[in-house]
Each structure stands twice: as C-alpha cells, then as structure tokens.
Ligand binder design. Sequence first.
Ligand SMILES: NC(=O)c1ccc[n+]([C@@H]2O[C@H](COP(=O)([O-])OP(=O)(O)OC[C@H]3O[C@@H](n4cnc5c(N)ncnc54)[C@H](OP(=O)(O)O)[C@@H]3O)[C@@H](O)[C@H]2O)c1
Length: 329
Amino acid sequence: MATARNMMRAVRVFEFGGPEVLKLQSDVLLPVPKENQVLIKVHACGVNPVETYIRSGAYSRKSPLPYTPGSDVAGVIEAVGEHVTLFKKGDRVFTSGTISGGYADYAVASTDTVFPLSDKLDFKQGAAIGIPYFTAFHALFQKGRAKAGESVLVHGASGGVGIATCQIARAYGLKVLGTAGTSEGMNIVLRNGAHKVFNHREADYVDKIKEFIGMQGVDVIIEMLANVNLATDLHLLSQGGRVMVVGSRGPIEINPRDTMSKESSVIGVALFSATKEEIRQCAAALLAGIEASWLRPVIGPEYPLEKVAKAHENLIHSSGALGKMVLLI
Ligand SMILES: NC(=O)c1ccc[n+]([C@@H]2O[C@H](COP(=O)([O-])OP(=O)(O)OC[C@H]3O[C@@H](n4cnc5c(N)ncnc54)[C@H](OP(=O)(O)O)[C@@H]3O)[C@@H](O)[C@H]2O)c1
C-alpha cells in the first residue's frame, strides 16, 4: 500500500520530446533494492548530454516509457539487498549507473556500479564522476591506446568529459592540449591538467594548434564535436595518430585520403559498449586517482530538481561549459 513514507520525488518521462516532458512528481513509489542492489539517498546527480538525447527520442537507445533519467548519483546508502556485503546503511557512495533513475530522492543501483565516495570529494563531485570519467579513461587508454609521453588534444575540454580527460591524461604522463570556447573555460582547462589551451571559437585556432605541435602532430585527439571538427582533426594527427569520436551531433564530410599517408585512424567510442572487465579497470584507475588527489571533478552549473527542464535546455544551448552540470536533490 502506498503511504507518505514509501513515496518520493522523482522526475518521470512519459513521452519523448523537449525538456518539458520532464515531469517532477512527488508520489513516486520508493524503489526496493533486490539481492545485489542498494538503495541510495541521492544528494546530487550529474546531468549528461546523453540524457537529453534519450529524452528527445532521437537516440539509438531508447528507455522504455515511463522512466526516470540519470545514472551518475552521489549520496548515502539507505538500505541494502539481502546479498550485499560490500556496503551498509550510512556509507557515502557514487554510481556509474542506476536501475531506477538518478533524478530522484532515492535510487536503486546494482553493487557493481556503486563505489565508495572518499571524504576528499563532496556529493556534487561524486555525481560528476560516472559517465565523464569512465568515458575519458575508456577513450584514452582502452580504445585510444594512449601511452605516457604521447600527446593528446582534448577537443572540447571545458565540460564534464573534457576536464576528466585532461586530469587523467596529465596524471598518466601525456602532453595535454585542450580547447574551450570562452576565456573562463580556457582557464579551467589550464588549471585541470592542460599544458596548453586554445579557443575553438577563434577563426584561426587550428593554425595556432598546428604551429604549436609542429610537423610531429598530435598522437590522440579526444573529440567532443566530431561533426564540426573531424575533417580538420585528420590534419593535426601524427603518424599513426588516432581521433577518438566521443561526441558527434550530425554528419560531416571527410576526405579518406587524409588518413592514408599517416596511417591514422578514426575510432568510435561508446561507454555503454565497454565490457565489464573494461569498466572494472576504469573504476580501479579512477579510485586510485581519487586516492592520489589528481581526480577532482570541477562543478559547473547547479540546478535544483524542480529546474530539471531548464538544466536540459541549458546543457544543449550552453554559452560555454565551465565544468560538470549537476542536479541538487
Ligand atoms: N561516446 C560516449 O560514450 C560518450 C560519453 C559521454 C559523453 N559523450 C558525448 O561527448 C560530448 C561531451 O560531453 P560532456 O559531458 O563533456 O558535455 P558538456 O559538459 O556539455 O561539454 C561540451 C563540451 O563541448 C565543447 N564544444 C563546444 N563547441 C565545440 C567545438 N566547436 N569543438 C570542440 N568542442 C566544442 C564545449 O566547449 P565550450 O562550451 O567551452 O565551447 C564543452 O567543452 C557530448 O556530445 C556527449 O554526448 C559521449
């Protein structure tokens, strides 16, 4: 029987569409954790671009309706399933996925997507780790085969994935170049691991990158907007260089010949295609980064759950990213 005690607030999507389809409801049944699941009292939830694509209905992977969006929460364990030994009520945790959805007062998650949240990080920072940092590690090392001593251009470094990539690449001994679209964004990128930053809204910024890297070229490009940049990226690569397509919002024409003499590659990245073993390795590396204090998420715009529609709108029509967008619950 539904009572006030087993009800919570949660954002529900009943139909695909614009930000207005995100409905905050206050009478959603509290989810119950099964055997290997935990119930988390959510304090903050990261907002990722993919959640806007799924909500719009235009994404290749559709959530069955109705659903609650959100995968990256940070909070405190409220209850555990009967087989859970790793966590107990009261533990601070963050997730890389939820079962019931993170835009809510409470979320159920499987223990293999739940990690202890160090006292070094607050809940907002915990909510900024999941998709951005796991994607950054997966793109750089598991798909991009980046090595210490190589160079990386983080093309779109001021947002969630970009800052994560700069921090990780710097910690692993790469030479890090980043781009941002505003001077505040450029400063954040420089403070978070980049050796050099460029403004991707300046007409001649590609020439400036070329001048900086010289004939050698850049070994890996982590690309956040391939539909705009892929053709020029191919001219920035080193011999055997790799463009990692992390973000793309449309088609682009390239000349395949531009890959030939350098035997360069264009490689797609999808975190949801990572294997369990790859995710386990990402988690181990990232937890070590928190311990060593180089993993420090930068929080950008913050919105209360009531303003979730505005958050989705502003994420896509951003005037310039300044870190990770989070919902405060
Ligand atoms: N493949 C995957 O598994 C995966 C996982 C996570 C994210 N993604 C995708 O990766 C992209 C970035 O995600 P995010 O969470 O970092 O988003 P975000 O926080 O909104 O950041 C967007 C970034 O793109 C930059 N950008 C804007 N115009 C650009 C341009 N012309 N060239 C290069 N960069 C440009 C922004 O810079 P300014 O705002 O400073 O201009 C900002 O740094 C999104 O498309 C997202 O869907 C893919």
